[in-house]
Design a protein around this ligand. Structure first.
Ligand SMILES: Cc1ncc(COP(=O)(O)O)c(C=O)c1O
Length: 385
């Protein structure tokens, strides 16, 4: 017999990279141009276009979103003996970036509806920290799962306390808040182009800012802090954090396709909304007002007493069909590595972690894969639930 053996059914992931012929074309162009060594014209062009898209004057392309947060924090003086306030409801990278600088992360809880930093609690936290004489050098709101934090309320609170905002926009590229793009808020913002993000360079990130000297210093620190001399002269510790020209090519292609990728994620969100519409005890997370979100991940929140089942039951049903789903971020104040850190809590992040499940949300999912996910969810809901 001839012919290829039948392919095993492919696992369905939460958010796989969505790359195609345009990415192949531009990466090929970067390779053929000879700009393989770090930096090159595609890095410049990627920075220019991202700055334009995000409404910023300056952009610096880096090797990860974590690097973008790290260098931004160093720029505002984060160091041993200082504090950076971050939401407890986030991925570890936010708090890790603080720890790299030697500063202490202090965690603040979230709004139960959006999962984003609670502005009122932030105000209380800043008041009490500053009353004690603590040196708070930054507040780092996170745009959780593609929903911008409430900068309309957070920015005046931070201004009042005289603390700069460094926005963690790793998950929100393409989203907007109050008509302004994600990445445009705060003194600077860090975005991520990790493989699971809405647009990817396989790995990468960027600092976005309107402040030229801030951008210059990020550029300097990210290239080993070299003094402008012919020989290698260093007066400070630097980092090797720049994005390569080949990966910037990937980013340029992804940026061209960003709006289409957001539309596909939004369409998937709408399918979940329809499927769960009449299910008691279940709501689609961040559904209210999601028109400005990038819908990076769609998730459900389940009240087991009303629904008669818990999120883990749905997770297991999906896993049986090789479909990935995951609890929402485990709050930072619950992480063993940050045990003992100061926290200002209202219980919302714990509740989201206990009741939330992120579902396959990627724009690369084929129609047949989307149908399969919906079928498995419907069968689960139909099985006497
Ligand atoms: C909220 C948040 N902050 C920071 C990061 C770090 O980005 P990167 O993986 O590009 O370092 C991520 C994603 O990984 C994230 O989800």
């Amino acid at each position: 017999m001839t012919g290829a053996p039948p392919r095993a059914r492919e696992r369905i992931y939460l958010s796989s990279p969505d790359v195609g012929s345009r990415e192949e074309e531009l990466v090929g162009e970067a390779i053929r141009s000879g700009w393989i060594a770090p930096l090159g014209p595609m890095v410049d062009e990627f920075e220019r276009r991202m700055a334009e898209r995000c409404g910023r004057r300056h952009a610096v392309a880096l090797s990860s979103g974590t690097a973008a947060l790290h260098l931004s924090l160093l720029n505002v003086g984060a160091a041993a003996g200082t504090v950076v306030v971050v939401p407890t409801m986030t991925f570890a990278a936010t708090a890790n970036a603080v720890a790299y600088t030697g500063a202490e992360p202090v965690f603040v809880d979230c709004d139960p509806v959006t999962g984003n930093l609670d502005a009122q609690l932030l105000d209380e936290a800043l008041t009490s920290l500053q009353d004690e004489g603590t040196d708070v050098v930054a507040v780092m709101p996170v745009d959780l799962m593609g929903r911008c934090a409430d900068y309309t309320r957070i920015t005046p609170v931070c201004d009042e306390h005289g603390v700069p905002v460094i926005s963690d926009a790793a998950e929100s590229v393409g989203a907007t808040h109050a008509g302004r793009p994600a990445g445009s808020f705060g003194l600077a913002a860090g975005v991520s182009f990790n493989g699971n993000k809405i647009m990817t360079t396989s790995g990468g990130g960027m600092v976005l800012t309107d402040d030229a000297s801030f951008a210059d210093r990020v550029r300097y620190l990210s290239t080993q802090a070299r003094q402008p001399t012919l020989h290698y002269e260093h007066t400070e510790i630097g980092y090797n954090y720049r994005l390569s020209n080949v990966l910037a090519a990937l980013g340029l292609a992804q940026l061209e396709r960003l709006d289409g990728m957001i539309s596909r994620r939004r369409a998937l969100r709408e399918q979940y909304v329809r499927i769960f519409a009449d299910v008691d005890g279940v709501r689609v997370f961040q559904r209210d007002g999601d028109g400005a979100d990038n819908c990076w991940l769609s998730a459900v929140l389940v009240d087991p007493r009303t629904a008669g089942w818990a999120v883990d039951d749905l997770r297991l049903a999906l896993a049986e069909h090789d479909i990935e789903s995951r609890p929402l971020w485990k709050p930072m104040h619950r992480q063993p590595v940050f045990a003992g850190a100061r926290s200002f809590l209202n219980g919302a992040a714990d509740q989201l972690f206990a009741t939330g499940l992120a579902l396959p949300s990627g724009s690369a999912l084929a129609p047949a894969q989307c149908e399969q996910v919906m079928r498995v969810v419907e069968d689960f809901l139909g099985a006497g639930r």
